[in-house]
Unconditional design. Structure first.
Length: 258
């Protein structure tokens, strides 16, 4: 599906991302982690075709993203930013319907099919009861779920998220991450940038670890998130532990210490 090959990218004459290569397949949930300034955001901008790389390529189903127009990009990719509040008090159902824009004709007429798809996305995320609520009145976690519903309404092949839980409290973080984990299991491909390795442990099939613009490790969450790796990329004292739960399962967690 998505193929990044020998990507070099940055701004002006400064190269920030160095020879990065990886692929993301159908239904795969990949997390990208790394310290501030390691190139995660620059990488995302290249995946979305927002900036032109210095070298290498980003392809979706064999086609270079730079050759796609906005509507074609929107049919392949959906982007979910960090939590935000829009300037106008739209109804939730209208916010979600905006996701159908890439599929509409010049007159942008909303069809019954568009409404069915939008409502189906709300149902898929378990928030159909919010359809008539005002988006700006919702909690941070609910707003993020609405943005995810809008992205699903685009019917993209790949969902890209940049710190989608950064401004949410613990409960809302788990709410959003749980829904995303369920979506990935249903076949949606996901790339999520996060600063929290525990989020990657909770969600990801695969973790790409970046350091100083390059890929340090690319593997399962158990392979990539270790004490040695986290101490290396974050330059802080942390220990990764396997903790037994009351139901008999064992979960890996990250514990910082002085």
């Amino acid at each position: 599906m998505l193929r990044v090959k020998d990507l070099r990218a940055g701004y002006d004459a400064t190269e920030i991302v160095h020879d990065v290569s990886f692929e993301v397949g159908d239904g795969e949930f990949a997390c990208i982690i790394g310290a501030n300034g390691c190139g995660k955001t620059t990488l995302l901008k290249n995946l979305l075709g927002l900036i032109k790389p210095f070298g290498g390529s980003v392809e979706m189903n064999g086609k270079d993203v730079l050759s796609m127009d906005e509507k074609e990009m929107a049919r392949h990719f959906a982007y979910i930013p960090q939590a935000h509040t829009p300037p106008f008090p739209f109804a939730v159902r209208d916010v979600v319907l905006m996701g159908r824009t890439p599929h509409m004709g010049r007159l942008a007429v909303v069809s019954p099919k568009d409404r069915r798809i939008a409502y189906g996305a709300l149902v898929q995320l378990g928030i159909e009861h919010l359809a008539d609520e005002t988006y700006t009145d919702l909690s941070g976690g609910q707003r993020q779920l609405v943005l995810i519903a809008r992205a699903l309404t685009q019917q993209p092949e790949l969902l890209i998220m940049d710190e989608p839980t950064a401004s949410l409290d613990f409960g809302n973080q788990q709410l959003v991450l749980s829904r995303m984990k369920t979506l990935a299991k249903s076949g949606m491909s996901v790339i999520m940038v996060t600063h929290d390795p525990d989020h990657a442990l909770f969600c990801a099939d695969r973790v790409i670890v970046m350091k100083e613009g390059s890929i340090l490790l690319d593997g399962t969450s158990q392979q990539a998130i270790t004490t040695e790796t986290l101490q290396d990329i974050y330059q802080t004292n942390v220990q990764v532990l396997d903790v037994p739960l009351a139901d008999g399962r064992v979960k890996r967690v990250c514990v910082p210490f002085d």
